[in-house]
Design a protein around this ligand. Structure first.
Ligand SMILES: Nc1ncnc2c1ncn2[C@@H]1O[C@H](COP(=O)(O)OP(=O)(O)OP(=O)(O)O)[C@@H](O)[C@H]1O
Ligand SMILES: CCCCCCCCCCCCC/C=C/[C@@H](O)[C@H](CO)NC(C)=O
Ligand SMILES: [Ca+2]
Length: 443
């Protein structure tokens, strides 16, 4: 139930010992032939993510399963932020492994993706600072054992944040391609975004919640209430290159399900992704406005707090990102919109909300960009950074971007989707039995 997998024992009865041994040998041989199953994994554990249970979860729930399945592991418990990233970038002997495992939350997974992807670009002499560069794809898959606060990437790719389920997807060698957004400031690479890139409301929530990390996962609730009460809006210009209209839409109610976002099914969607960078302004649209939030969801961003996610129909591996613009509105309207993140109502069905499926977008804050995080760091996000003296929540304030829970050092950014850049040990969210039954009856 609820996308959770469990181990189960199957008892085979046979007449004698030698038949039994033959069966065991035959089964072992068959399993050895399954080349998609990893045999050797490099595991990184973040001991301080979420409720600080990462090490316990791995030792108690995951390691025994890997042992049973004859998967050997090298385990590194991180000692500081960026430990895993730096190890992957410079030291790790990646040829020894069939995959990586991340025990932690979205921030820890982001570290591992940054380490692996940067290492792959260095090995292939690809310049990450070039926004038009075609990035090389890493050969190793990554498994996520959820042990964070939000675990959005695990939830959006598996349908649950359950360590045993994730361990079993790793053991059976599932493979799910995943889009990654690259974020640049001018010609300088800032970060990759794997789940939510958010300016305005979510940027402010994340800036504030980082100061409350000692509260654990509850920091998001407290920061959320505070940010909501502040009710800030921000002015800026969003320019974007839309995906082809006839392919799919963020409002088509077609949720990304297992098998949908496989390479053979997404050729049509990705065929025009490799356009020369000089042509980038052809077909672009520009929107100026006052925004409560500018959100870019590379995947649905489903998580326990928002079971359908910020963009329920976003696809994991179609080479697009859903750009959600929430314009200035009343507090009560914004509350209605936020509430719909948590229930089944359509969060885009408001006049002040628009959503676009795009391949690339730029954001430019009003008053042009000379503001960087260094300029902002001394000032609280809740004190508007205005050109002149100001005490109200006026539109000349700047927010900051949250990128998978990290704050970006710049506000003017350029974003492009790197189609299927990484692969996870996952298979996408499977239809539940009731959903399958429903489709069958419909047919
Ligand atoms: N040993 C460590 N000490 C301090 N920080 C660490 C350590 N190992 C990793 N980190 C950092 O901790 C940050 C948060 O970790 P993680 O994402 O696992 O948990 P979370 O923030 O609680 O969950 P979520 O991202 O799902 O909301 C990561 O950005 C990572 O860089
Ligand atoms: C009136 C009730 C309002 C409740 C609104 C709840 C909406 C929660 C939506 C959370 C979306 C999370 C998307 C994932 C983001 C992650 O990248 C990041 C790091 O883990 N986590 C957060 C919380 O930003
Ligand atoms: Ca996508």
């Amino acid at each position: 139930g609820k996308h959770q997998w469990r181990c189960s024992d199957v008892v085979f009865l046979c007449p004698d010992q030698s038949t039994c041994e033959q069966w065991v040998k035959a089964i072992s041989n068959q399993i050895t032939l399954l080349t998609n199953r990893p045999k050797r994994l490099l595991v990184y554990i973040n001991p301080i993510g979420g409720k600080k249970q990462g090490k316990w979860i791995y030792d108690q729930k995951v390691a025994p399963l890997f042992h049973k399945a004859c998967v050997s592991t090298d385990v590194i418990v991180t000692e500081r932020a960026n430990h895993a990233k730096e190890h992957l970038q410079t030291e790790a002997d990646l040829d020894k492994y069939d995959g990586l495992v991340c025990v932690g939350g979205d921030g820890m997974f982001s570290e591992i993706v940054h380490g692996l992807v940067t290492r792959t670009q260095n090995d292939n002499k690809v310049d990450l600072n070039d926004p038009g560069a075609e990035l090389a794809r890493p050969s190793l898959r990554i498994g996520i054992i959820p042990a964070g606060s939000t675990d959005c990437i695990c939830f959006s790719t598996v349908g649950t944040n359950d360590p045993v389920t994730s361990a079993l997807h790793i053991i059976v060698g599932d493979s799910q391609p995943m889009d990654v957004c690259s974020v640049h400031h001018n010609n300088s690479f800032l970060r990759f975004s794997l789940s939510l890139l958010g300016y305005g409301f979510y940027g402010d929530v994340l800036s504030d919640s980082e100061r409350k990390r000692w509260l654990g996962p509850a920091r998001y609730d407290l920061a959320g209430v505070k940010t909501f009460l502040n009710h800030n809006y921000y002015e800026g210009t969003v320019s974007f290159l839309p995906a082809e209209d006839d392919v799919s839409s963020p409002r088509d109610k077609l949720q990304c399900r297992s098998g949908m976002c496989l390479p053979e099914n997404t050729k049509q969607l990705t065929s025009t992704l490799l356009m020369p960078f000089s042509d980038r302004r052809d077909g672009w649209k520009v929107i100026n406005g006052k925004f409560m939030a500018v959100n870019a969801a590379c995947m649905s961003c489903a998580c326990p707090r928002s079971p359908k996610g910020l963009s329920p129909a976003a696809h994991l591996a179609d080479g697009t990102v859903d750009l959600i613009l929430v314009r200035k509105c009343s507090r009560i309207d914004f509350f209605r919109h936020l509430l719909r993140h948590t229930n089944k109502d359509d969060q885009f069905d408001h006049v002040f909300v628009e959503v676009h499926r795009v391949k690339k977008f730029d954001f430019q804050p009003r008053n042009s960009e000379t503001v960087s995080l260094e300029d902002l760091s001394e000032k609280s996000t809740f004190t508007p950074v205005c050109p002149g003296p100001c005490t109200c929540n006026c539109g000349s304030a700047h927010s900051s971007w949250t990128c998978d829970g990290e704050i970006l050092p710049h506000i003017a950014i350029q974003v492009s989707v790197q189609c299927q850049l990484v692969h996870l040990f996952a298979r996408g969210i499977e239809e539940t039995q009731e959903q399958q039954q429903f489709v069958f009856e419909d047919l």
